[in-house]
Design a protein. Structure first.
Ligand SMILES: C[S@@+](CC[C@H](N)C(=O)[O-])C[C@H]1O[C@@H](n2cnc3c(N)ncnc32)[C@H](O)[C@@H]1O
Length: 216
């Protein structure tokens, strides 16, 4: 763990993303980064992370001493992350990435690496419903029992649907939340979630979800 670099990333994060005619840090602010820090520290040393959607999260995981596999779409973003890794003195050898849309590359990766297992999955990529649910399915499959799944962007309707389903599942338990980001622990060994929703989704607390959807 490189605490000074983690603190530097908190205080002065690089603007790795470009949208709406502006360079941006991305969606993870200090409360979300603190959640990531708690999650990683709670899992122990030298953990394996898989993320869909790379950027500041990649640097933060590396600063926290994790080994990271990122699924990302943009070669230019991959180059900026590579430069930032050097600038912040992070270990480049601990970062692996796969370019392409995660809904296609993640299943292919697991098919080719059926033994792949990780301690933490961050789902923070595309928001199309098929992307979110594919990221979840393959993220869940690669996550060890007791590992953590972090979902960012609960304000997106696709992520909110997944969040409602996870809240109804006996296979995971919610352990932490920071605004629009939530952490679940995987309670089971199973690689696929199977038939896991036991509650009628309509019975779930919508107010709670609406509140998080408005959080930033
Ligand atoms: C809000 S950003 C967050 C990224 C990162 N976790 C961070 O902390 O900066 C979401 C990223 O997901 C990427 N993305 C969108 N659709 C994707 C897909 N289908 N597969 C992988 N990444 C995708 C976007 O290009 C964008 O860089």
């Amino acid at each position: 763990m490189n605490q000074p670099t983690f603190d530097r990333l908190m205080d002065c994060p690089p603007r790795l993303h470009f949208w709406g005619n502006e360079w941006r840090v991305g969606g993870l602010g200090p409360p979300q980064l603190r959640l990531v820090e708690r999650a990683v520290k709670g899992l122990g040393d030298r953990i394996e992370v898989i993320e869909t959607g790379a950027g500041l999260s990649t640097l933060v995981f590396l600063a926290l001493g994790a080994r990271v596999l990122s699924f990302l779409t943009k070669p230019d973003l991959q180059e900026r992350i590579g430069k930032a890794i050097d600038e912040y003195g992070l270990p480049a050898r601990e970062w692996r990435y796969v370019l392409g849309q995660s809904e296609f590359t993640f299943p292919k990766y697991l098919d080719e690496n059926p033994e792949a297992v990780c301690d933490l999955v961050l789902i923070d990529g595309g928001h199309l419903i098929h992307t979110v649910f594919t990221d979840f399915t393959y993220g869940f499959a690669s996550l060890r029992q007791g590992g953590l799944m972090l979902l960012d962007d609960l304000q997106a309707s696709s992520v909110a649907v997944l969040y409602r389903m996870l809240k109804a599942s006996r296979f995971v338990e919610e352990i932490d939340v920071a605004g629009k980001t939530v952490a679940f622990r995987k309670k089971v060994k199973a690689r696929l979630p199977g038939s896991w929703v036991e509650t009628d989704l309509n019975d779930l607390p919508l107010d709670d979800i609406a509140q998080k959807s408005n959080a930033h």
